[in-house]
Write a protein that binds this ligand. Structure first.
Ligand code: PRX
Length: 647
């Protein structure tokens, strides 16, 4: 990907005070982990976690790949994120909230404590939510979403956040899979100066199913009129006032699930990625300190939505565990204009800014010189996540946003990894643009083939040792956990975690992420399985067969490209609209296709397997170099190329 051969050295003034301040320091740490893996992790677990009672084993591999960390230890994540900071940070801002309309609220650690305790009492006493119960959050980006997450953690309930852009059908599926007891939502919120509504999606989801739900707790944010189901729906704003200000936290086991987060895989329905308590929170805090180098009075802003893993780890858990100030933003960075994000950086003196390449490309396109109108001198570290960043976007981010002073941390990780895995360290790593560089200390990343042999010129990105923040299971489906992550690659008979991504390693040991090698596509940093999209398209009565691939897109990184074979007749606007409507209803607006083309047939092998690689190449406009002689009907390829050209 990288055409820019220049290597960008860390800013020496910054490096002087950085947590990891040179490549020597990096290698020292990494070698320590290689020599004594458990000793390495023990040091940090002892240093960073406020144990209520100690653990007996650092890593238990006896039931691999169901790894356990810090077994028998007891802790509570809301204590890690709140209570333990109260002695010296009670008056420090924990959450700096900015609403879409510019309203700002500074929530100190003391106030956060009060609100989380009250919400925990509300859940525990009014709704009988107990340790281990599942709570679905379908929330906008408002502080109450953070209170709800931390309140669940406090009482040991397992939250499962469903991104507010997902449809009623997708919400219903997730509620049912998790067998959740309660949904916490809001009437709606504000976006681009206008109210938008969420509660109606919950109503539709529960009309269709979701029978495990006993109550819906509704935060009133925009006070627009909403439908109200007596007996089921409860008003948070009214109930919260009478709650007791103290709620003792549960002593959770290290391995108790902290949350579920559904994500797409290459087959079947989205899977409930299950994260642990101790290992997850440990790594969330460590990566804040290493990768973002937060300290002192830093103001950290991650622009993700809490509905994604980035929002979990780097808006809520990581920053708060590290005792920093985290910015939470309700709106979009392009409203009221392309300077909104930069104005926020200036107004709040933001020190670390973390966003996705898609957002960088949009902001770049909308206002090349916009950052220059603001004082961005507070910035120290710029981060990116979710998809490969292209050199023009990288360069603009570095030069215009960062004034060639800030390190860019291109962080590679996944919902399943809990936190960053491969990333530059801002005070240490000489950066090659577009390259995620090195595995963080303690993380053993290798690029292998299916037999576990090194394949640095292009292979499968694997993590060869378990790590504390790793996925523990797929909710209710341990077999799928094993097959999805440990089923493809093994070394000397030991199954190895395979990420689904392809990567390569250059002569200096730098890792570059190439993209997914499975049937998962990444639209604007949002991960979607082609199988899910295909299942939705098949619900259209005209469709006989369907295959979904991605096509490169200037802003979104990838867009959805759908090939359909019709039962009869020809494609028209109505069919296309209906297919997109189905995608919006079944999954959400993010799943709408940019291209839907009709083809006479799909390229299949004699055994009936669709050759997606050919379809991918055609969607990209590439020449077909693959051997097509094994196809059942090789002539179909030429016909598909013609249809694609005409579309
Ligand atoms: O393909 C990789 C891509 O995003 C996938 C993970 O998606 P998700 O679980 O939704 O989490 C996104 C936020 C952590 C990965 O398998 N990806 C993530 N970060 C990068 C990336 N691709 C290239 N460079 C990155 N920095």
């Amino acid at each position: 990907m990288s055409t820019d051969k220049k290597i960008y050295q860390p800013n020496p003034a910054f490096a002087k005070h950085a947590a990891i301040n040179s490549m020597d320091a990096y290698w020292k740490l990494q070698n320590k982990a290689i020599e004594d893996y458990e000793g390495f992790w023990k040091k940090y677990a002892d240093e960073k976690i406020d144990w209520l009672s100690g653990y007996d084993k650092v890593l238990d591999e006896s039931d691999a790949p169901f790894y356990k960390w810090f077994t028998e230890g007891r802790l509570n994540v809301s204590n890690q994120c709140i209570d333990r900071h109260l002695a010296d940070k009670a008056h420090k801002t924990a959450i700096l909230f900015e609403g879409d309309r510019g309203d700002v609220e500074e929530i100190t650690y003391a106030l956060l404590s009060l609100r989380v305790n009250k919400m925990a009492n509300l859940l525990r006493h009014e709704f009988n939510v107990k340790k281990g119960d599942r709570v679905v959050l379908y929330m906008p980006m408002i502080p109450e979403a953070a209170y709800a997450m931390l309140a669940c953690a406090r009482i040991g309930a397992i939250h499962s956040i469903v991104f507010g852009g997902f449809s009623a059908e997708a919400l219903k599926d997730r509620i049912e899979d998790a067998e959740a007891k309660i949904v916490i939502t809001a009437d709606g919120a504000y976006r681009k100066g206008k109210p938008y509504m969420l509660k109606q999606v919950v109503d539709s989801a529960l009309e269709e199913g979701g029978e495990s739900i006993e109550a819906v707790l509704v935060v009133k944010r925009n006070n627009e009129e909403i439908n109200w189901v007596e007996g089921r729906d409860h008003n948070y704003n009214e109930l919260i006032t009478s709650q007791h200000a103290e709620c003792p936290f549960e002593a959770m086991d290290s391995e108790d699930p902290l949350f579920l987060l559904y994500t797409s895989g290459s087959t079947g329905k989205p899977k409930g990625v299950q994260h642990s308590t101790a290992g997850y929170i440990l790594w969330a805090q460590m990566t804040m300190e290493w990768v973002f180098d937060v300290k002192g009075d830093d103001i950290f802003w991650c622009t993700a939505d809490i509905g994604w893993i980035t929002g979990h780890t780097y808006i809520i858990y990581g920053p708060l565990a590290a005792g920093t100030t985290t910015v939470m933003f309700e709106g979009v960075p392009t409203y009221p204009d392309a300077g909104r994000a930069w104005k926020m950086v200036q107004d709040h003196k933001i020190t670390q800014f973390y966003t996705a390449p898609t957002a960088i490309r949009v902001l770049h396109k909308m206002g090349e010189d916009e950052p220059k109108k603001y004082d961005l001198s507070s910035l120290k570290v710029l981060g990116t996540v979710g998809e490969p960043i292209d050199p023009p976007a990288w360069k603009w981010y570095y030069e215009t946003v960062g004034n060639s002073n800030c390190a860019i941390v291109d962080t590679w990780w996944q919902t399943e990894t809990g936190g960053h895995m491969i990333s530059p360290l801002p005070g240490a790593t000489p950066i090659k643009p577009g390259c995620a560089t090195f595995a963080l200390p303690g993380i053993m990343a290798e690029v292998l083939d299916y037999q576990g042999e090194t394949k640095n010129d292009g292979g499968l990105l694997c993590i060869t040792k378990p790590w504390p923040a790793m996925i523990r299971n797929i909710w209710g489906d341990p077999d799928r956990y094993v097959s999805a992550y440990f089923g493809d690659v093994s070394k000397n008979g030991t199954p190895i975690y395979f990420s689904g991504d392809g990567a390569r390693v250059d002569e200096d040991g730098y890792i570059t992420i190439v993209g997914r090698v499975d049937d998962v596509i990444n639209v604007s940093g949002h991960r979607m399985g082609t199988a899910e999209i295909e299942a939705a398209v098949k619900k259209d009565d005209h469709v006989a067969e369907v295959a979904v691939v991605s096509r490169p897109h200037d802003i979104k990184g990838e867009s959805i490209f759908i090939y359909i074979v019709l039962k009869e007749g020809h494609i028209n606007k109505d069919i296309k609209n209906h297919i997109n409507e189905l995608l919006a209803n079944e999954i959400g607006n993010i799943a709408k296709a940019d291209h839907i083309i009709e083809v006479p047939g799909l390229p299949k092998t004699r055994s009936g397997k669709i050759m997606r690689r050919i379809l991918r190449s055609i969607a990209k406009g590439e020449e077909i170099t693959q051997d097509i002689s094994t196809l059942e009907d090789p002539s179909i390829v030429e016909q598909i190329i013609t249809s694609a050209r005409e579309a």
